[in-house]
Design a protein around this ligand. Structure first.
Ligand code: SAH
Ligand code: F3S
Length: 481
Protein backbone atom coordinates (compact mmCIF):
# COMPACT_ATOMS: atom_id res chain seq x y z
CA UNK A 1 0.00 0.00 0.00
CA UNK A 2 1.47 3.30 -1.06
CA UNK A 3 1.58 6.43 1.02
CA UNK A 4 -1.35 8.59 0.04
CA UNK A 5 -1.50 12.31 0.51
CA UNK A 6 -4.98 13.54 -0.17
CA UNK A 7 -4.61 17.05 -1.51
CA UNK A 8 -8.22 17.53 -2.37
CA UNK A 9 -9.41 18.28 1.11
CA UNK A 10 -8.49 21.70 2.44
CA UNK A 11 -8.44 22.05 6.18
CA UNK A 12 -7.53 24.91 8.44
CA UNK A 13 -3.77 25.33 8.60
CA UNK A 14 -1.85 25.65 11.86
CA UNK A 15 1.05 28.05 11.92
CA UNK A 16 3.73 25.39 12.42
CA UNK A 17 6.73 27.59 13.28
CA UNK A 18 4.82 29.67 15.75
CA UNK A 19 3.30 26.58 17.36
CA UNK A 20 6.64 24.73 17.53
CA UNK A 21 8.01 27.53 19.68
CA UNK A 22 4.90 27.61 21.81
CA UNK A 23 4.85 23.84 22.24
CA UNK A 24 1.80 22.35 20.64
CA UNK A 25 -0.47 20.18 22.73
CA UNK A 26 -0.98 16.51 21.95
CA UNK A 27 -3.87 14.52 23.38
CA UNK A 28 -3.24 10.83 22.77
CA UNK A 29 -5.45 7.95 23.87
CA UNK A 30 -5.23 4.23 23.33
CA UNK A 31 -7.68 1.38 22.97
CA UNK A 32 -7.08 -2.36 22.77
CA UNK A 33 -4.01 -4.37 23.67
CA UNK A 34 -0.96 -3.39 25.71
CA UNK A 35 1.01 -3.11 22.49
CA UNK A 36 -1.16 -0.13 21.53
CA UNK A 37 -0.48 1.57 24.86
CA UNK A 38 3.20 0.90 24.36
CA UNK A 39 3.09 2.22 20.77
CA UNK A 40 1.44 5.43 21.96
CA UNK A 41 4.48 5.99 24.17
CA UNK A 42 6.68 5.65 21.08
CA UNK A 43 4.46 8.12 19.21
CA UNK A 44 4.60 10.60 22.11
CA UNK A 45 8.39 10.32 22.02
CA UNK A 46 8.57 10.94 18.26
CA UNK A 47 6.28 13.96 18.60
CA UNK A 48 8.05 15.38 21.66
CA UNK A 49 10.97 16.06 19.31
CA UNK A 50 8.55 18.00 17.10
CA UNK A 51 7.56 20.33 19.93
CA UNK A 52 4.45 18.49 21.11
CA UNK A 53 3.69 18.26 24.82
CA UNK A 54 1.06 15.78 25.94
CA UNK A 55 -2.08 17.09 27.62
CA UNK A 56 -4.77 15.21 29.57
CA UNK A 57 -7.31 17.75 28.39
CA UNK A 58 -9.05 17.02 25.10
CA UNK A 59 -10.42 20.56 24.83
CA UNK A 60 -6.88 22.04 24.87
CA UNK A 61 -5.42 19.82 22.19
CA UNK A 62 -3.90 21.02 18.91
CA UNK A 63 -3.58 17.41 17.83
CA UNK A 64 -5.71 14.48 18.96
CA UNK A 65 -4.43 10.99 18.20
CA UNK A 66 -6.43 7.86 18.90
CA UNK A 67 -4.63 4.53 18.82
CA UNK A 68 -7.25 2.07 17.67
CA UNK A 69 -8.12 -1.61 17.97
CA UNK A 70 -9.81 -3.84 15.37
CA UNK A 71 -9.83 -7.12 17.25
CA UNK A 72 -13.63 -7.23 17.66
CA UNK A 73 -16.40 -5.18 16.12
CA UNK A 74 -17.20 -3.68 19.52
CA UNK A 75 -13.64 -2.30 19.80
CA UNK A 76 -14.12 -0.49 16.50
CA UNK A 77 -17.51 0.86 17.56
CA UNK A 78 -15.94 2.30 20.72
CA UNK A 79 -13.47 4.24 18.58
CA UNK A 80 -16.24 5.49 16.28
CA UNK A 81 -18.05 6.86 19.33
CA UNK A 82 -14.88 8.63 20.45
CA UNK A 83 -14.65 10.26 17.03
CA UNK A 84 -18.14 11.67 17.58
CA UNK A 85 -16.96 13.13 20.85
CA UNK A 86 -13.97 14.75 19.06
CA UNK A 87 -16.44 16.17 16.58
CA UNK A 88 -18.30 17.90 19.38
CA UNK A 89 -15.04 19.28 20.82
CA UNK A 90 -13.95 20.56 17.43
CA UNK A 91 -16.92 22.92 17.49
CA UNK A 92 -15.28 24.68 20.48
CA UNK A 93 -11.70 24.19 19.22
CA UNK A 94 -11.85 24.41 15.41
CA UNK A 95 -8.04 24.33 14.95
CA UNK A 96 -7.83 20.85 16.45
CA UNK A 97 -6.56 18.12 14.10
CA UNK A 98 -7.51 14.46 14.49
CA UNK A 99 -5.42 11.43 13.58
CA UNK A 100 -6.15 7.72 13.85
CA UNK A 101 -3.33 5.29 14.55
CA UNK A 102 -3.10 1.54 14.98
CA UNK A 103 -5.09 -1.40 13.70
CA UNK A 104 -8.23 0.39 12.47
CA UNK A 105 -6.02 2.82 10.55
CA UNK A 106 -4.27 -0.10 8.91
CA UNK A 107 -7.52 -1.95 8.19
CA UNK A 108 -9.51 0.94 6.77
CA UNK A 109 -6.67 2.99 5.22
CA UNK A 110 -7.85 6.05 3.29
CA UNK A 111 -11.47 4.81 3.53
CA UNK A 112 -11.32 6.27 7.03
CA UNK A 113 -11.17 9.78 5.59
CA UNK A 114 -14.39 9.17 3.67
CA UNK A 115 -16.22 7.41 6.48
CA UNK A 116 -15.28 9.83 9.27
CA UNK A 117 -15.04 13.44 8.15
CA UNK A 118 -13.43 14.48 11.43
CA UNK A 119 -10.27 12.51 10.58
CA UNK A 120 -7.29 14.41 9.07
CA UNK A 121 -4.59 11.79 9.45
CA UNK A 122 -4.44 7.98 9.15
CA UNK A 123 -1.25 6.21 10.26
CA UNK A 124 -0.64 2.45 10.46
CA UNK A 125 1.41 0.73 13.21
CA UNK A 126 4.69 0.64 11.25
CA UNK A 127 4.60 4.24 9.97
CA UNK A 128 4.90 6.30 13.16
CA UNK A 129 8.34 7.62 12.26
CA UNK A 130 6.69 9.35 9.31
CA UNK A 131 4.39 11.31 11.64
CA UNK A 132 6.44 14.55 11.50
CA UNK A 133 6.09 14.63 7.69
CA UNK A 134 2.45 13.63 7.79
CA UNK A 135 1.67 16.33 10.33
CA UNK A 136 3.36 18.88 8.07
CA UNK A 137 0.96 17.81 5.33
CA UNK A 138 -1.97 18.24 7.68
CA UNK A 139 -0.65 21.63 8.75
CA UNK A 140 -0.60 22.61 5.09
CA UNK A 141 -4.28 21.75 4.88
CA UNK A 142 -4.06 18.33 3.28
CA UNK A 143 -5.18 15.02 4.69
CA UNK A 144 -2.40 12.47 5.06
CA UNK A 145 -2.28 8.67 5.11
CA UNK A 146 0.62 6.28 5.62
CA UNK A 147 -0.24 2.63 6.16
CA UNK A 148 2.85 0.95 4.77
CA UNK A 149 3.76 -2.19 6.72
CA UNK A 150 7.45 -2.79 7.29
CA UNK A 151 9.82 -5.76 7.24
CA UNK A 152 12.26 -4.10 9.61
CA UNK A 153 10.60 -1.54 11.84
CA UNK A 154 10.75 -2.36 15.56
CA UNK A 155 11.19 1.20 16.93
CA UNK A 156 14.20 -0.21 18.78
CA UNK A 157 15.97 3.14 18.52
CA UNK A 158 13.18 5.11 20.15
CA UNK A 159 13.07 5.68 23.85
CA UNK A 160 9.35 5.85 24.71
CA UNK A 161 7.85 8.68 26.76
CA UNK A 162 6.08 6.93 29.64
CA UNK A 163 2.46 8.08 29.52
CA UNK A 164 0.24 8.03 32.61
CA UNK A 165 2.85 5.87 34.25
CA UNK A 166 2.72 4.80 37.89
CA UNK A 167 6.53 4.91 37.79
CA UNK A 168 6.59 1.26 38.86
CA UNK A 169 5.66 -0.98 35.93
CA UNK A 170 6.43 -0.47 32.24
CA UNK A 171 6.00 -2.32 28.96
CA UNK A 172 8.88 -3.01 26.61
CA UNK A 173 7.99 -4.35 23.20
CA UNK A 174 10.24 -7.10 21.82
CA UNK A 175 8.45 -8.31 18.71
CA UNK A 176 6.05 -6.76 16.22
CA UNK A 177 3.51 -8.37 13.92
CA UNK A 178 2.37 -11.97 13.90
CA UNK A 179 2.84 -14.84 11.44
CA UNK A 180 0.41 -17.24 13.04
CA UNK A 181 -2.68 -16.60 10.96
CA UNK A 182 -5.27 -17.77 13.46
CA UNK A 183 -8.34 -17.77 11.22
CA UNK A 184 -10.44 -15.50 13.46
CA UNK A 185 -7.75 -12.86 13.97
CA UNK A 186 -7.25 -9.56 12.20
CA UNK A 187 -3.82 -8.84 13.76
CA UNK A 188 -1.62 -10.40 11.03
CA UNK A 189 -3.39 -8.08 8.54
CA UNK A 190 -3.14 -4.94 10.64
CA UNK A 191 0.30 -5.40 12.18
CA UNK A 192 2.07 -7.26 9.43
CA UNK A 193 4.69 -9.99 9.47
CA UNK A 194 6.59 -10.92 12.56
CA UNK A 195 9.97 -9.35 13.32
CA UNK A 196 12.05 -9.14 16.48
CA UNK A 197 13.90 -6.30 18.11
CA UNK A 198 17.65 -6.16 18.71
CA UNK A 199 18.34 -7.57 22.21
CA UNK A 200 20.87 -4.81 22.89
CA UNK A 201 18.20 -2.14 22.40
CA UNK A 202 15.86 -4.11 24.69
CA UNK A 203 18.53 -4.28 27.41
CA UNK A 204 19.25 -0.58 26.96
CA UNK A 205 15.60 0.41 27.31
CA UNK A 206 15.29 -1.70 30.46
CA UNK A 207 18.46 -0.15 31.85
CA UNK A 208 16.93 3.31 31.39
CA UNK A 209 13.80 2.15 33.20
CA UNK A 210 15.86 0.71 36.05
CA UNK A 211 17.69 4.03 36.34
CA UNK A 212 14.31 5.75 36.61
CA UNK A 213 13.47 3.39 39.45
CA UNK A 214 10.92 1.21 37.65
CA UNK A 215 10.41 -2.14 39.38
CA UNK A 216 8.53 -4.31 36.93
CA UNK A 217 8.96 -4.81 33.19
CA UNK A 218 6.57 -6.68 30.89
CA UNK A 219 8.11 -7.86 27.64
CA UNK A 220 5.47 -7.46 24.96
CA UNK A 221 4.69 -9.14 21.68
CA UNK A 222 1.71 -10.68 19.89
CA UNK A 223 3.58 -13.94 20.27
CA UNK A 224 6.63 -13.40 22.48
CA UNK A 225 7.81 -17.02 22.54
CA UNK A 226 8.43 -16.76 18.84
CA UNK A 227 11.05 -14.01 19.42
CA UNK A 228 14.13 -14.57 17.27
CA UNK A 229 16.91 -12.06 16.68
CA UNK A 230 19.40 -12.93 13.97
CA UNK A 231 20.47 -9.45 12.93
CA UNK A 232 17.12 -8.00 11.84
CA UNK A 233 14.48 -8.80 9.24
CA UNK A 234 11.37 -10.94 9.15
CA UNK A 235 11.13 -14.15 11.16
CA UNK A 236 10.08 -16.03 8.06
CA UNK A 237 13.39 -15.11 6.37
CA UNK A 238 15.46 -16.78 9.10
CA UNK A 239 15.76 -19.83 6.82
CA UNK A 240 17.83 -17.66 4.48
CA UNK A 241 20.15 -16.44 7.27
CA UNK A 242 23.90 -17.19 7.13
CA UNK A 243 25.48 -19.92 9.26
CA UNK A 244 26.97 -17.23 11.47
CA UNK A 245 23.57 -15.56 11.93
CA UNK A 246 22.02 -18.91 12.78
CA UNK A 247 24.75 -19.77 15.27
CA UNK A 248 24.50 -16.42 17.07
CA UNK A 249 20.72 -16.03 16.96
CA UNK A 250 18.93 -15.12 20.21
CA UNK A 251 15.64 -16.89 20.91
CA UNK A 252 13.08 -16.02 23.60
CA UNK A 253 14.52 -18.32 26.26
CA UNK A 254 17.94 -16.76 25.75
CA UNK A 255 16.54 -13.23 25.81
CA UNK A 256 14.66 -13.92 29.06
CA UNK A 257 17.80 -15.41 30.58
CA UNK A 258 19.87 -12.35 29.58
CA UNK A 259 17.37 -9.83 30.92
CA UNK A 260 16.73 -11.71 34.18
CA UNK A 261 20.47 -12.13 34.77
CA UNK A 262 21.34 -8.51 34.08
CA UNK A 263 18.53 -7.00 36.19
CA UNK A 264 18.10 -9.26 39.24
CA UNK A 265 16.05 -6.66 41.14
CA UNK A 266 13.55 -6.17 38.32
CA UNK A 267 10.38 -8.19 38.25
CA UNK A 268 10.05 -9.59 34.77
CA UNK A 269 6.83 -10.52 32.99
CA UNK A 270 6.00 -11.32 29.40
CA UNK A 271 2.90 -11.61 27.25
CA UNK A 272 1.45 -13.20 25.12
CA UNK A 273 2.45 -16.85 24.78
CA UNK A 274 0.94 -18.89 22.01
CA UNK A 275 1.00 -22.50 23.31
CA UNK A 276 2.40 -23.80 20.02
CA UNK A 277 5.56 -21.69 20.45
CA UNK A 278 6.19 -22.09 24.16
CA UNK A 279 9.23 -24.30 24.78
CA UNK A 280 10.50 -26.24 27.77
CA UNK A 281 13.57 -23.99 27.63
CA UNK A 282 11.40 -20.98 28.44
CA UNK A 283 9.78 -22.78 31.37
CA UNK A 284 13.19 -23.84 32.69
CA UNK A 285 14.50 -20.27 32.46
CA UNK A 286 11.42 -19.08 34.36
CA UNK A 287 12.20 -21.62 37.08
CA UNK A 288 15.88 -20.64 37.14
CA UNK A 289 15.31 -16.95 37.92
CA UNK A 290 13.50 -15.76 41.01
CA UNK A 291 12.82 -12.41 39.37
CA UNK A 292 10.82 -13.87 36.46
CA UNK A 293 7.19 -13.83 37.55
CA UNK A 294 5.53 -17.18 37.91
CA UNK A 295 2.66 -16.40 35.60
CA UNK A 296 1.90 -17.35 32.01
CA UNK A 297 -0.89 -16.00 29.86
CA UNK A 298 -1.56 -19.00 27.67
CA UNK A 299 -4.63 -18.50 25.45
CA UNK A 300 -6.45 -21.67 24.47
CA UNK A 301 -9.42 -20.19 22.51
CA UNK A 302 -11.32 -23.51 22.51
CA UNK A 303 -11.12 -26.89 24.20
CA UNK A 304 -12.29 -28.75 21.09
CA UNK A 305 -9.70 -30.26 18.76
CA UNK A 306 -11.97 -29.75 15.78
CA UNK A 307 -12.44 -26.04 16.53
CA UNK A 308 -8.72 -25.55 17.30
CA UNK A 309 -8.04 -26.91 13.84
CA UNK A 310 -10.63 -24.62 12.23
CA UNK A 311 -8.98 -21.73 14.07
CA UNK A 312 -5.56 -22.77 12.72
CA UNK A 313 -4.22 -23.07 16.24
CA UNK A 314 -1.35 -25.45 15.62
CA UNK A 315 -1.68 -27.66 18.71
CA UNK A 316 -4.19 -30.15 20.06
CA UNK A 317 -6.04 -30.26 23.35
CA UNK A 318 -3.73 -33.10 24.42
CA UNK A 319 -0.59 -31.12 23.58
CA UNK A 320 -1.95 -28.20 25.57
CA UNK A 321 -2.49 -30.49 28.58
CA UNK A 322 1.08 -31.75 28.22
CA UNK A 323 2.34 -28.17 28.24
CA UNK A 324 0.27 -27.36 31.33
CA UNK A 325 1.56 -30.52 33.05
CA UNK A 326 5.16 -29.55 32.27
CA UNK A 327 4.64 -26.03 33.59
CA UNK A 328 3.11 -27.34 36.81
CA UNK A 329 5.84 -29.96 37.19
CA UNK A 330 8.70 -27.49 36.71
CA UNK A 331 7.03 -24.49 38.43
CA UNK A 332 4.32 -25.85 40.76
CA UNK A 333 3.29 -22.37 41.93
CA UNK A 334 2.88 -20.99 38.38
CA UNK A 335 -0.39 -19.21 37.63
CA UNK A 336 -1.96 -19.60 34.20
CA UNK A 337 -4.57 -17.45 32.50
CA UNK A 338 -6.53 -17.94 29.30
CA UNK A 339 -8.25 -16.30 26.36
CA UNK A 340 -11.33 -18.16 25.15
CA UNK A 341 -13.68 -17.43 22.26
CA UNK A 342 -17.24 -18.77 22.32
CA UNK A 343 -19.35 -19.33 19.23
CA UNK A 344 -16.63 -19.68 16.63
CA UNK A 345 -18.28 -20.82 13.34
CA UNK A 346 -19.58 -24.43 13.48
CA UNK A 347 -19.06 -24.65 17.27
CA UNK A 348 -21.51 -27.25 18.63
CA UNK A 349 -22.74 -27.82 22.15
CA UNK A 350 -20.28 -30.70 22.37
CA UNK A 351 -17.37 -28.43 21.38
CA UNK A 352 -18.51 -25.98 24.05
CA UNK A 353 -18.56 -28.80 26.63
CA UNK A 354 -14.99 -29.61 25.61
CA UNK A 355 -14.01 -26.02 26.46
CA UNK A 356 -15.71 -26.27 29.86
CA UNK A 357 -14.00 -29.60 30.62
CA UNK A 358 -10.62 -28.22 29.59
CA UNK A 359 -11.18 -25.32 31.98
CA UNK A 360 -12.06 -27.79 34.74
CA UNK A 361 -8.75 -29.55 34.17
CA UNK A 362 -6.58 -26.41 34.20
CA UNK A 363 -8.55 -24.28 36.70
CA UNK A 364 -7.06 -21.03 35.41
CA UNK A 365 -6.32 -18.20 37.82
CA UNK A 366 -7.82 -15.71 35.42
CA UNK A 367 -9.30 -15.38 31.94
CA UNK A 368 -10.28 -13.04 29.12
CA UNK A 369 -13.38 -14.39 27.42
CA UNK A 370 -15.11 -13.17 24.28
CA UNK A 371 -18.01 -13.99 21.96
CA UNK A 372 -16.75 -14.56 18.42
CA UNK A 373 -16.83 -11.43 16.31
CA UNK A 374 -16.39 -11.91 12.58
CA UNK A 375 -13.61 -9.70 11.22
CA UNK A 376 -13.53 -8.61 7.58
CA UNK A 377 -10.70 -10.12 5.55
CA UNK A 378 -9.82 -12.92 7.99
CA UNK A 379 -9.71 -16.53 6.81
CA UNK A 380 -12.72 -17.40 8.96
CA UNK A 381 -14.74 -14.61 7.40
CA UNK A 382 -13.85 -15.76 3.91
CA UNK A 383 -14.30 -19.49 4.43
CA UNK A 384 -16.83 -20.02 7.22
CA UNK A 385 -20.32 -18.81 7.89
CA UNK A 386 -20.78 -17.00 11.21
CA UNK A 387 -23.48 -19.54 12.01
CA UNK A 388 -23.72 -19.69 15.80
CA UNK A 389 -26.71 -17.54 16.82
CA UNK A 390 -25.87 -14.46 18.89
CA UNK A 391 -27.90 -15.71 21.88
CA UNK A 392 -26.06 -19.03 21.85
CA UNK A 393 -22.66 -17.30 21.75
CA UNK A 394 -23.73 -15.13 24.67
CA UNK A 395 -25.14 -18.00 26.70
CA UNK A 396 -21.95 -20.04 26.22
CA UNK A 397 -19.90 -16.98 27.11
CA UNK A 398 -21.89 -16.51 30.33
CA UNK A 399 -21.24 -20.18 31.19
CA UNK A 400 -17.50 -19.96 30.75
CA UNK A 401 -17.34 -16.66 32.63
CA UNK A 402 -19.23 -18.20 35.57
CA UNK A 403 -16.94 -21.23 35.57
CA UNK A 404 -13.85 -19.01 35.40
CA UNK A 405 -15.12 -16.99 38.32
CA UNK A 406 -15.45 -20.12 40.44
CA UNK A 407 -11.94 -21.22 39.45
CA UNK A 408 -10.49 -17.79 40.27
CA UNK A 409 -12.11 -17.97 43.70
CA UNK A 410 -10.77 -21.50 44.17
CA UNK A 411 -7.24 -20.39 43.25
CA UNK A 412 -7.43 -17.28 45.41
CA UNK A 413 -8.62 -19.27 48.44
CA UNK A 414 -5.30 -21.10 48.25
CA UNK A 415 -3.56 -17.87 49.33
CA UNK A 416 -5.69 -17.19 52.40
CA UNK A 417 -3.54 -17.55 55.53
CA UNK A 418 -0.31 -17.21 53.54
CA UNK A 419 2.11 -14.26 53.51
CA UNK A 420 3.15 -13.28 50.00
CA UNK A 421 5.28 -10.64 48.31
CA UNK A 422 3.38 -7.78 46.66
CA UNK A 423 4.75 -4.92 44.60
CA UNK A 424 2.72 -1.80 45.45
CA UNK A 425 1.51 -0.15 42.24
CA UNK A 426 -1.23 2.30 43.08
CA UNK A 427 -4.01 3.34 45.38
CA UNK A 428 -6.94 0.94 45.47
CA UNK A 429 -9.80 2.12 43.25
CA UNK A 430 -12.27 1.49 46.04
CA UNK A 431 -10.47 3.16 48.93
CA UNK A 432 -7.82 5.85 49.33
CA UNK A 433 -6.77 4.17 52.58
CA UNK A 434 -5.57 1.06 50.73
CA UNK A 435 -2.78 0.12 48.35
CA UNK A 436 -3.20 -2.19 45.39
CA UNK A 437 -0.46 -4.35 43.93
CA UNK A 438 0.20 -7.79 42.48
CA UNK A 439 2.05 -10.91 43.52
CA UNK A 440 4.32 -12.89 41.24
CA UNK A 441 1.27 -14.83 39.99
CA UNK A 442 -0.25 -11.54 38.76
CA UNK A 443 -3.06 -11.68 41.31
CA UNK A 444 -4.18 -8.34 42.74
CA UNK A 445 -3.95 -7.81 46.50
CA UNK A 446 -5.42 -4.86 48.41
CA UNK A 447 -4.37 -3.89 51.94
CA UNK A 448 -4.22 -0.85 54.31
CA UNK A 449 -1.48 1.61 53.34
CA UNK A 450 0.47 1.75 56.62
CA UNK A 451 3.80 3.54 56.10
CA UNK A 452 4.49 1.85 52.80
CA UNK A 453 4.62 3.63 49.46
CA UNK A 454 4.15 2.96 45.75
CA UNK A 455 7.10 0.93 44.40
CA UNK A 456 7.78 -0.92 47.68
CA UNK A 457 7.92 -4.70 47.77
CA UNK A 458 6.01 -5.77 50.88
CA UNK A 459 5.05 -9.02 52.54
CA UNK A 460 1.29 -9.18 52.82
CA UNK A 461 -0.64 -11.66 54.95
CA UNK A 462 -3.76 -12.68 53.06
CA UNK A 463 -6.87 -12.89 55.23
CA UNK A 464 -9.72 -13.02 52.73
CA UNK A 465 -10.40 -13.14 49.02
CA UNK A 466 -12.97 -12.60 46.30
CA UNK A 467 -12.96 -13.97 42.74
CA UNK A 468 -11.03 -10.82 41.71
CA UNK A 469 -8.84 -9.81 44.64
CA UNK A 470 -6.86 -10.93 47.67
CA UNK A 471 -7.39 -8.87 50.85
CA UNK A 472 -4.94 -8.68 53.73
CA UNK A 473 -2.43 -6.74 55.72
CA UNK A 474 1.19 -5.76 55.06
CA UNK A 475 3.43 -7.21 57.77
CA UNK A 476 6.94 -6.12 56.70
CA UNK A 477 9.14 -5.05 53.78
CA UNK A 478 10.26 -7.90 51.57
CA UNK A 479 14.00 -8.40 51.17
CA UNK A 480 13.68 -7.46 47.49
CA UNK A 481 13.72 -3.69 48.12
N1 SAH B 1 -1.42 -12.90 20.56
C1 SAH B 1 -2.25 -11.81 20.86
C2 SAH B 1 -3.66 -12.14 20.77
C3 SAH B 1 -4.30 -10.95 20.29
S1 SAH B 1 -5.93 -10.93 20.34
C4 SAH B 1 -1.91 -11.07 22.12
O1 SAH B 1 -0.82 -10.64 22.29
O2 SAH B 1 -2.75 -10.86 22.99
C5 SAH B 1 -6.36 -11.23 22.03
C6 SAH B 1 -7.48 -12.18 22.13
O3 SAH B 1 -8.63 -11.66 21.48
C7 SAH B 1 -7.24 -13.51 21.41
O4 SAH B 1 -6.47 -14.40 22.17
C8 SAH B 1 -8.65 -14.01 21.21
O5 SAH B 1 -9.11 -14.75 22.32
C9 SAH B 1 -9.46 -12.73 21.09
N2 SAH B 1 -9.90 -12.51 19.71
C10 SAH B 1 -9.13 -12.31 18.63
N3 SAH B 1 -9.89 -12.21 17.52
C11 SAH B 1 -11.17 -12.34 17.92
C12 SAH B 1 -12.42 -12.33 17.23
N4 SAH B 1 -12.48 -12.20 15.93
N5 SAH B 1 -13.55 -12.50 17.97
C13 SAH B 1 -13.49 -12.65 19.31
N6 SAH B 1 -12.33 -12.67 20.00
C14 SAH B 1 -11.18 -12.52 19.32
FE1 F3S C 1 -3.86 -13.20 16.40
FE2 F3S C 1 -3.20 -15.74 16.58
FE3 F3S C 1 -1.34 -13.89 16.16
S1 F3S C 1 -4.64 -14.66 17.93
S2 F3S C 1 -2.13 -12.08 17.14
S3 F3S C 1 -2.98 -14.46 14.76
S4 F3S C 1 -1.21 -15.68 17.54
Amino acid sequence: MEKIIDESIQGQSLNLDQKKENQRKLFIESYGCQMNFSDSEIVASILAKEGFNTTQNLEDADLVLVNTCSIRDKAEQTVRKRLQKYNAVKKINPGMKVGVLGCMAERLKSKFLEEEKIVDLVVGPDAYKDLPNLIEEVDAGRNAVNVILSKEETYGDISPVRLQSNGVSAFVSITRGCDNMCTFCVVPFTRGRERSRDPQSILQEIEELVNQNFKEITLLGQNVDSYLWYGGGLKKDFVKASDFQKATAVNFAKLLDMVAEKFPKIRLRFTTSNPQDMTLDVINIMAKHKNICKYIHLPIQSGSDRILKEMNRLHTRQEYFELINNIKKIIPECAISQDIITGFPTETEEDHQDTLSLMEYVKYEYGFMFAYSERPGTLAERKLEDDVPYDTKKRRLAEIIALQRSHSTYRHEGYVGKTIEILIEKESKKSDMHWSGRNTQNIVAVFPKGDYKVGDFVMVRIDECTSATLLGEAVEYSDNN
